[in-house]
Design a protein around this ligand. Sequence first.
Ligand code: GUN
Ligand code: ZN
Length: 490
Amino acid sequence: MSGRFETRAFDAGGRIGELTVPRAGVTVETPALLPVVNPHIQTIDPAELYTTFDSELLITNSYILHQSDDLREQVQSEGVHALLDYPGAIMTDSGSFQLAEYGEIDVTTEEILRFQHEIGSDIGTPVDIPTPPDVGRERASAELQTTQERIDLATRVKEELHEEMLVTAPIQGSTHLDLRTEAARHADTSGLDVFPIGAVVPLLNAYRYADVADIVAATKRGLGTDAPVHLFGAGHPMMFALAVALGCDLFDSAAYAIYARDDRYLTVRGTEHLSELSYFPCSCPVCTDHTPEEIETMGADDRERLLARHNLHVTFTELRRVKEAIRSGNLLELVDMRARGHPKLLDGYRTLLDHTELLEQSDPVSKDAVFHVSAECARRPEVYRHHERLERISVEGEVLLSEGSPNEAYTETWRVVPPFGPFPRALSDTYPLTVEVPERLDRSSYESAAAGVCTVAAANPQTSFTLAHYDWPDSALERLPERVTVRQLG
Ligand code: GUN
Ligand code: ZN
């Protein structure tokens, strides 16, 4: 790797990192969003992206430049930074998206990588094959083979160029999760620099966030933790928290511009149509200076420019919020909140929690107290880790596991706090057992606490256990083995 990616702070699978882009001479903090700039239609000046939005990275399409009679020679002579009037780092895509849309393109991986290098791209991309979701395994596997050959070729071209241009190794495999993991392992050993997860746009457009979550998790399983991961074509702020919690570091967004063209207004809870808004739920400069009605009655160009600006503001604001949540250790609370914006996003969140053991690997061992704010919290990595720990604790004699006070008649009294379950009293003040729970708990938290009781009982088959509880639901009590004596308190 000629670029360096260093991770700084973690929360669940999310991290704050620094990606060094040597050709541009910049180090970019991640998670980062790369606005998509179309060389022909610039809804917002790239210079403004840099100055107003502090965006140090953008992505443009080298294939469009390569095929353009107007721009090709210009970009070859003056370079892509001058052409776009942008001083930050520029990543270039290869035409793979056009390949997916139109079935063929007029350029090879070798040609487009050399062209990207020639025009001064800071991060280049080979021609991967974006296999759509739900195709048969044979097709997905055959196309992945081609993508892998092109990644190998890209590695050779990069070496020949002796240049500092970073090169991406896109990860394909359609909805076949084992192929995604295999693709990720291959990409990880390629020596290339950035790892985009490809062909998820059709899934994002259909709100199939559960599938996206499975695909990202499958990919992460094949990559080292120091690999920067880009979620290709993901730019809606409603899903950033989820994608970051899964371990994505880079996003690119054409959504801000495409949606603006159709009078659509992005929010962290979804997309609204301008005509349906009476008030702007945002305090960006556009929304403070105008009412929805004012913008609606403007000419199409002004309307599009203003909406695109709002869309970018809300997008970058959410990214900062996500980064702050990582620093504060409450990213999963933010994911939880965002998941309430759409049922399909809730599916994505629940799928994320299916991979809680993966998140646990990078989740810090200590943070501020967990806020238990929904039934989903029972499946957080902290709970998983606590149950793992219970498997290794040995305890002897007659043990009372109690939601109430200690009882001298027993060898030991442990505390019990749903959703974690039992733990020795000495751990009371240690994270995550400092959890703040509501008084009216959900059933799954009791069930999870009962699972903790089962774990400690199974780990200590010679020990006798009594559980003293306040009104646990039957669904939790039914889980307990016969050898645990149950007493109702209160
Ligand atoms: N943009 C959105 N999806 C993709 C993809 O799968 N590959 C490439 N190269 N670009 C994309
Ligand atoms: Zn706004």
